[in-house]
Design a protein around this ligand. Structure first.
Ligand SMILES: [Zn+2]
Length: 332
């Protein structure tokens, strides 16, 4: 350990930060991937770099120890080599040299990765999921936006264009609303958190009877739907249908058999998962091809208390620092 005025640097301590469209999560993990510190704050879109630096400083102050490096998970087009993020449409970021700016601010090595990919990588390293095979998993993040992180046969999938897994901007309704990306009717415009709230608000404004009050969360809508509210059930059915199709597309285009849903919308729990699973069951019953592709596939929900993006970001930083990690998290 190196003693400094701000407390000792512990070589194995790494901060992981997950910047979402609504919330930013921070964890500090040790060599054994144990979480020693956890905090969630509303995202300040006007000052992303300053907020991350402040949250890491807060963590160090509270722990009275310094971290050796920081990993940041963020949506958009991320270049993990130069640490930049571009086209993070839900954060209003066109281009930001996030890694270098943060490294200057904090004075410690900083690594940046796509949020859903960091989460998928962390999930793929969890014990009990390997069954003797290199793991394949898709993490479908549904929050302010929607995207998937994919690990195929143990390898993180980026794609030649760096956009692999960006299912949030695959067309769901060609006549739908305009998306933050500039196109119309993307999956995000019907099934992300703000889209679910907007559908409820529009129906309430049009005079529909419902137990929902204005500006409900996605979880409120799903829960009211499962409790039998007619309007909430309609929205739930529509959203679940779009998400089930997205999951079928992931299974058919990438061959993944394990899809884990996370992000803010996943806080709805079974009220979200059950309608998706029953849609998929209907598709399997209707198509021998879909049945064969999805026969032993699983669709799971990650508990909202988990912070897979922040955990993944910390694991990637640990790996890039050459610190011990679980079975070589990160690129090969
Ligand atoms: Zn879009």
């Amino acid at each position: 350990m190196i003693a400094t005025s701000d407390g000792p640097i512990r070589r194995g301590l790494i901060a992981g930060v997950d910047v979402g469209g609504t919330k930013t999560s921070v964890v500090v993990t040790d060599d054994d991937d144990r979480v020693l510190y956890e905090h969630v704050a509303p995202t300040d879109r006007s000052a992303v770099v300053g907020q991350i630096a402040g949250l890491v400083d807060d963590a160090q102050r509270q722990m009275q120890q310094q971290v050796a490096a920081v990993g940041v998970a963020i949506p958009g087009h991320v270049d993990p080599q130069d640490g930049s993020v571009s086209m993070a449409v839900n954060l209003g970021i066109t281009h930001l040299a996030l890694g270098p700016l943060l490294q200057t601010e904090l004075g410690i090595p900083t690594f940046v990765e796509h949020d859903a990919r960091a989460a998928a990588l962390w999930l793929s390293k969890q014990p009990g999921l390997r069954n003797g095979h290199a793991p394949s998993v898709a993490f479908l993040a549904i929050g302010t936006g929607i995207s998937a992180g994919v690990v195929l046969d143990g390898e993180m999938l980026r794609g030649a264009n760096g956009f692999a897994g960006e299912v949030g901007h695959v067309v769901a309704d060609p006549e739908g609303s305009v998306c933050a990306c500039g196109l119309r009717g993307c999956l995000e415009t019907v099934a992300a958190g703000p889209a679910i709230r907007r559908q409820a608000n529009e129906a309430i404004a049009a005079g529909r009877q419902t137990v929902l009050s204005e500006n409900p969360s996605a979880a409120d809508v799903f829960r009211a739907g499962s409790a039998g509210d007619e309007l909430a059930s309609e929205i739930t059915d529509r959203v679940a249908g779009h998400l089930a199709r997205a999951i079928r597309s992931l299974a058919l285009t990438l061959g993944v058999k394990r899809v884990v849903i996370g992000g803010g919308v996943a806080a709805a729990g079974l009220a979200l998962l059950e309608p998706i699973q029953s849609r998929i069951a209907r598709e399997r019953a209707a198509s021998p091809l879909v049945e064969a592709a999805l026969s032993d596939a699983t669709v799971e929900l990650l508990p909202p208390t988990e912070a897979p993006g922040a955990r993944g970001a910390a694991a990637i930083a640990r790996h890039r620092m050459g610190l011990p990690d679980r079975e070589g998290v990160g690129e090969r």
